[in-house]
Design a protein around this ligand. Structure first.
Ligand SMILES: C[S@@+](CC[C@H](N)C(=O)[O-])C[C@H]1O[C@@H](n2cnc3c(N)ncnc32)[C@H](O)[C@@H]1O
Length: 172
């Protein structure tokens, strides 16, 4: 998934740049070796980025002036920051586990104006011939078979994100 980092970073930096503007610090949870976090740290030099992933994943990785790698467990705790960002992490987990992760995200940004930013597939039903729908369903099947995860519809995202947060907003 690191291969899509450049493409996703450029879309986020262009189409929803306002979401990141004004943030002083951000934790990228489950960012792997941080391909996308490196792009962000370059695109937003004033933003201090922390990549939190399992110790064995980030061991020996070198950061930069505004990028730091931290080994840890998102089910235990997430470092405090203005924002927590998760891209294609929650689709690996059951609803119950997602709620545990999101509650730790909330704890990490527990002050006025803190943000939890999610990038995930949103499954829509545009008919069986639609390529986007087919790709979404393919990913759903892959997640279910390989790791007991799943892709979710907007209604499903909204339902359990509401369990953890006061405000839910979808930007497409
Ligand atoms: C599907 S990959 C997503 C990678 C990246 N976000 C991307 O979009 O390319 C899930 C990531 O979550 C990390 N991860 C799994 N369990 C974790 C945990 N308990 N705490 C922190 N990170 C975890 C994995 O090591 C992996 O890097």
């Amino acid at each position: 998934m690191a291969s899509d980092a450049g493409c996703v970073t450029s879309v986020l930096g262009r189409d929803v740049r306002h979401v990141f503007e004004g943030l002083g610090s951000m934790v990228r949870v489950g960012s792997g070796t941080g391909a996308m976090a490196k792009g962000f740290a370059g695109a937003f030099p004033g933003l201090k980025c922390v990549v939190l992933d399992l110790p064995r994943v980030v061991e020996g990785l070198e950061g930069s002036e505004n990028l730091r790698f931290v080994g840890g467990d998102m089910f235990e705790s997430i470092p405090h920051a203005d924002a927590v960002f998760l891209k294609w992490v929650l689709h690996d987990w059951s609803d119950e586990d997602c709620v545990k992760i999101l509650k730790n995200c909330k704890e990490a940004v527990s002050f006025k104006g803190g943000k939890v930013i999610l990038v995930e597939v949103v499954v829509e039903d545009r008919g069986e011939d639609d390529q986007a729908t087919q790709t979404q369903l393919f990913f759903d099947m892959k997640m279910m078979v390989e790791i007991n995860g799943r892709e979710r519809s907007e209604k499903e995202w909204a339902k359990f994100v509401h369990l953890c947060f006061v405000i839910y907003r979808a930007d497409f």
